[in-house]
Design a binder for this molecule. Structure first.
Ligand code: DP6
Length: 332
């Protein structure tokens, strides 16, 4: 409330957006450190957000995590604690934390809630612990727990490129670089059966196509990056769709299906739109939702078309969005 000293409770609240990879991170380098096996390039989405408040509180006996008001334990709490521990260690802080997170879209269903969730958590933890870190350092903290989260620290288009024992993350182009919309077709409110982390580990260990994917992904990333910088929407869309289909093929080869019948119906509708002359391209992550890239000028017409596909619950339109940011902080 007020009058708290440095040893009192302190909070920070952050808003962050998910990002959708046009060139996918799918697979990890062997060893520790959560280093991606493939370079990735993403667009941050304005239409979806996560708000996370971290409060370090001397009265707590352990870390607490709620997502959408629901108390979490097990793996989600353990991953949050990993980030909190790093912030506590750097700040020589011994207090436990209350983490309250809210998504305005379905959690853990392949709408990239881990990207917005872990970026928001890392920034809120660092600021609540009064650490004076630059963006690259906070992004690196988030990446070690969930690599795609590192890209949500940059507005517009971002890349995450593996290096020796870490990965470099940077903005590739600002949000007004290309007038595109990303239409997320939500096909279920359920959580996905296989998380990205588990899916990519299994694929790397078992898929006959994994090595081919890793070498394709490097070329595909370079081509996608060049098409983006050239502002060639058609090429960018076509290459991104191929990249996503190749990623899903590695998983399908070992029986890991993220697609549901409605996902296939949306992919079919996107092909039909193209056959009729509308530039529209699809991408999918480790979940059943389909994200459709369109030039901003055709957004309204395509939203209506996709919304009418049987099984599509709703279509959430986004533009390239802002970076993770602190919206409130102070003594609790
Ligand atoms: C398919 O970043 O969720 O969305 O590092 O294990 O937490 P961890 O994985 P995560 O994987 C994202 C995979 C993807 C593609 C992408 O976003 O690049």
């Amino acid at each position: 409330v007020s009058g708290s000293s440095g040893a009192g409770a302190r909070f920070a609240e952050v808003v962050s957006h998910p990002n959708i990879a046009l060139a996918k991170y799918w697979g990890k380098r062997p060893g520790d450190g959560n280093v991606p096996a493939t370079p990735s390039l993403s667009v941050t989405l304005s239409g979806l957000s996560t708000k996370t408040r971290v409060t370090f509180d001397p009265k707590l006996a352990h870390d607490e995590l709620t997502i959408g008001g629901r108390s979490m334990s097990g793996a989600p709490l353990a991953r949050a604690t990993e980030i909190l521990d790093a912030a506590r260690k750097a700040a020589s802080c011994t207090q436990f934390a209350r983490v309250e997170s809210q998504n305005d879209f379905p959690t853990a269903s392949g709408l990239a809630s881990s990207a917005s969730g872990f970026s928001a958590l890392a920034l809120a933890a660092v600021r609540a612990a009064r650490l004076d870190w630059d963006v690259a350092k906070v992004a690196e903290l988030a990446r070690r727990t969930s690599a795609s989260a590192a890209r949500s620290f940059y507005s517009g288009f971002a890349e995450l490129v593996p290096e020796e024992s870490a990965a470099r993350v940077a903005q590739v182009a600002p949000k007004d670089h290309l007038a595109l919309s990303v239409l997320a077709c939500v096909v279920t409110e359920d959580e996905k059966a296989v998380s990205s982390s588990d899916g990519m580990r299994k694929v790397a260990a078992e898929s006959p196509f994994y090595d081919a994917w890793v070498s394709f992904a490097a070329r595909s990333f370079a081509d996608i990056r060049a098409a983006l910088l050239a502002k060639d929407f058609e090429k960018l869309g076509a290459l991104s769709e191929r990249n996503a289909l190749a990623m899903h093929a590695t998983a399908q080869a070992i029986g890991v299906f993220y697609m549901q019948p409605t996902s296939l119906a949306v992919l079919e509708e996107v092909r039909r739109l193209r056959a009729r002359g509308t530039l529209a391209f699809a991408t999918m992550d480790a979940g059943p939702h389909v994200k459709v890239l369109v030039p901003r000028a055709s957004k309204d017409a395509v939203v209506a078309t996709l919304g009418a596909v049987p099984g599509v619950l709703r279509v959430i339109a986004s533009e390239p969005g802002d970076a993770a940011r602190v919206v409130a902080e102070g003594d609790a």
